[in-house]
Design a protein around this ligand. Structure first.
Ligand code: PRX
Length: 572
């Protein structure tokens, strides 16, 4: 499939020539931007906030926060003080030492950002959890990480199985009328009383900062550890790819429970001293457009599912708002359909720039660099400082237009440091030749543009969220009616994929609509709403290998009416 290139709009960007930068760029140049190149003392939160609070940006708005009930703003100076206070509280009452895991489980709110920055200032590793997680998902992550401190809300604490978490020693709650005990504290009350100065814990550039759990096709979710050094790439890509400039008002729609919400919802914008908009609450087209109008958002980073939902809300909705402030629009997380790019041209008069990266990569790698021509449907080209290739299963680099494994040469600054408690899993990402193998299949055209083709494994991307089929299957078979379950991603025009479960029932159970609803609720309450199968199909038996593994590829072939391929490993 070949697409016409859209011209770049000259004068819109301050980034200059891609080809030339690609040839000459070296990451070590970027270190000079940070205080630690002179002091040797590193802390990501210091570089993101305090550095600006001590500069001409002191009274510049760092955070605009808005939901249906609140609208607040904080300058860099104020954010420095709030995060200092949070750091003092977390350190004192949480008894934190460098490297301890502090988990943060709450909806987007200013307090969430105080907590993340504060915890990083203490030298802790921060694990942000998406607010929609239910008990099982919370338990898995807190157990695996050995979290010592949890900061959550009164509404969410009921989903935390405290008694089953021996490592968890201290809990901070955000809410009203909180009863304090020896291990449970009213977070904002303590923060209000705390000193606004704090002594930051300086760490090594390769010390842990953020732990994001993500799903693969097998096993439990795994903890992807990112270190302070990643700031080099967060900063540089915020300049190059987001094109953030001094006067910009930037809005990233992702939740910090996912990597986009930290790398580009916290670090990218603040490392570059940019005013950052955070919107809480659920997705509502009108509220989103109004946010752009109210704050005069200039740079906007969102995801294909969100764009498709906005598209679905109709062009009339767009016309009621003044969106002319938008200068640069970007997308991540799923394939961006050419149709959506064209819609963006029509309604925003802006090209939507696709960017490709993953939780494991920590920052953007393959992008539509702003000054580059866009080929709708392509993810763009590797950014300067990053080498990408298509390789075969033996690690040989393939020529243009051949489909294979999308791989990146090891060593970009934001690359994950390890998989928590699982060095073997970490090693398994790499192939000889120092290639990091992404798990995506793609091809590169003659001009060096990369085109996403799909996942190599069974990982499901639904509404931009990454769901491991194993996690859902494990939850399903806990249900008393279910003997076996196999879960696949089924293509969907709005959500990219939806989760479809094939289920074999135990004897004595009937496949009724009621049971379908019950099973869905069971997964919703046990894992998270986005992990619940939207479609359930009952079968007498599921296709399995002789060793008893459900053959998802056969389920997928059934679903899509495709040939089932080689069935020699199947039982019967
Ligand atoms: O399959 C690719 C898809 O999202 C996966 C990574 O998911 P996650 O770790 O949750 O991170 C998402 C946000 C950084 C990838 O392996 N993906 C990401 N970006 C794109 C994409 N698929 C197509 N086009 C993209 N631009």
């Amino acid at each position: 499939m070949k697409m016409e290139a859209l011209p770049s709009v000259k004068g819109d960007y301050n980034l200059g020539d891609y080809e030339n930068t690609y040839k000459h760029f070296d990451w070590s140049e970027v270190e000079k931007e940070f205080t630690w190149s002179k002091t040797g003392k590193v802390n990501l939160a210091y570089e993101a906030i305090d550095r600006h609070a001590e500069s001409f940006r002191k009274n510049k708005v760092a955070l605009y926060y808005k939901d249906e009930n609140r609208a607040e703003k904080y300058t860099f100076k104020e954010l420095k003080e709030w995060s200092n206070k949070a750091a003092n509280v977390i350190k004192e009452y949480g008894n934190i030492e460098k490297g301890d895991r502090v988990f943060i489980f709450m909806p987007r709110s200013p307090e969430l950002y105080f907590a993340v920055l504060g915890a990083i200032k203490t030298g802790a590793i921060v694990g942000p959890l998406f607010e929609a997680f239910m008990e099982g998902a919370v338990r898995d992550r807190l157990t695996d990480s050995g979290a010592k401190v949890l900061i959550t809300t009164q509404a969410l604490i009921s989903r935390v199985p405290v008694d089953e978490l021996p490592d968890l020693k201290h809990i901070f709650l955000v809410g009203e009328n909180i009863e304090e005990t020896e291990t449970q504290y009213d977070f904002m009350k303590k923060v209000a009383e705390a000193d606004k100065n704090c002594s930051i814990e300086w760490v090594d550039r390769n010390d842990g900062a953020i732990l994001h759990y993500t799903s693969g096709s097998t096993g439990n979710p795994k903890g992807v550890l990112h270190v302070h050094n990643a700031m080099i790439q967060h900063y540089q890509t915020a300049k190059w790819v987001l094109d953030l400039q001094e006067e910009d008002v930037y809005w990233c729609t992702a939740d910090p429970g996912w990597v986009t919400g930290t790398s580009y919802g916290i670090f990218g914008p603040w490392l570059t001293g940019t005013s950052n908009v955070v919107v809480g609450g659920r997705f509502k087209p009108e509220f989103w457009y109004k946010t752009i109008e109210d704050y005069g958002v200039t740079v906007w980073y969102s995801a294909p599912t969100a764009f498709r939902m906005l598209m679905g809300a109709g062009d009339e909705a767009v016309k009621q708002y003044d969106l002319r402030s938008l200068r640069h629009v970007l997308s991540v997380g799923e394939p961006l359909n050419p149709e959506v790019v064209r819609w963006g041209m029509k309604v925003f008069n802006r090209r939507i720039h696709d960017t490709w990266w993953m939780t494991e990569t920590g920052a953007q790698l393959i992008c539509n660099y702003p000054s580059m021509l866009i080929k709708p449907g392509s993810m763009g080209k590797p950014i300067p400082g990053v080498e990408a290739a298509i390789i075969d299963d033996q690690g040989n680099v393939l020529p243009p237009n051949r489909m294979g494994n999308l791989a990146i040469k090891k060593g970009w600054p934001a690359m994950m440091h390890t998989i928590w408690n699982n060095e073997q899993k970490y090693e398994s990402y790499f192939m000889p030749g120092d290639w990091y193998v992404s798990g995506d299949s793609a091809y590169m055209d003659e001009e060096g543009y990369f085109w996403f083709q799909g996942r190599v494994d069974d990982v499901i991307m639904t509404s931009g969220e990454r769901v491991g089929p194993f996690e859902v299957e494990s939850k399903l078979v806990e249900h008393p009616a279910i003997a076996e379950a196999g879960v696949i991603g089924k293509p969907d025009p709005v959500r990219g994929e939806i989760i479809k479960a094939f289920i074999a029932l135990r004897d004595g159970y009937e496949p009724t609509q009621e049971l379908i609803e019950e099973i869905r609720t069971f997964v919703k309450q046990g894992l998270a709403a986005h992990a619940a199968p939207r479609e359930i199909e009952f079968r007498e038996k599921l296709p399995k290998t002789r060793s008893g593994k459900i053959m998802r590829r056969v389920l997928k072939a059934w679903e899509l009416n495709l040939p089932t391929g080689d069935l020699s490993s199947m039982e019967d």
